[in-house]
Write a protein that binds this ligand. Structure first.
Ligand SMILES: [Zn+2]
Length: 50
């Protein structure tokens, strides 16, 4: 399984995305979304990957 990383706007940390899910947007681009893996942070991370 590929690990995705992204920037959490809540704790301002760049790190791995916990339980990532892939979405395809209307324009055909892919987006990965999940939650921040920092302990105690519940921030959501969303990143366009292609
Ligand atoms: Zn966070």
């Amino acid at each position: 399984m590929t690990a995705y990383e992204g920037f959490c706007l809540k704790c301002k940390t760049y790190g791995p995305i916990s339980s990532p899910e892939l979405f395809t947007m209307g324009n055909g681009r892919k987006r990965v979304g999940g939650t921040c893996s920092q302990e105690g942070c519940t921030g959501k991370i969303s990143k366009i990957i292609g």
